[in-house]
Design a protein. Structure first.
Length: 95
């Protein structure tokens, strides 16, 4: 009997470039590695604390980047914020 492999969820980093903006190039490299490791789900903007330091528009742009580059992953978006209105806006955007 073949044993089913459990889903692997990766709380992910936000890859920044030298201008301190999310990097599509580094995201692609990260995603290649995650595919090679058998990761099936990504958890951006919610595990290592950098999300609280990012502006709302930067978070939204990063999520758009993930949507375009990580179509073969299930994405569990972190929408937390110290500001309730921003958290609600991110949750609506992430839908």
């Amino acid at each position: 009997m073949k044993k089913e492999q459990a889903d692997i969820i990766c709380p992910m980093i936000t890859p920044f470039d030298s201008e301190k903006k999310p990097s599509r190039e580094y995201l692609k490299i990260f995603l290649e590695d995650m595919r090679a490791f058998g990761v099936s789900k990504l958890f951006p903007l919610g595990s290592n604390g950098l999300f609280n330091l990012m502006k709302l528009e930067t978070k939204k742009n990063f999520l758009k980047m993930i949507q375009e580059e990580a179509m073969d992953f299930e994405v569990l978006v972190g929408v937390g914020s110290q500001n309730t209105e921003e958290a609600v806006e991110m949750a609506k955007f992430a839908e």
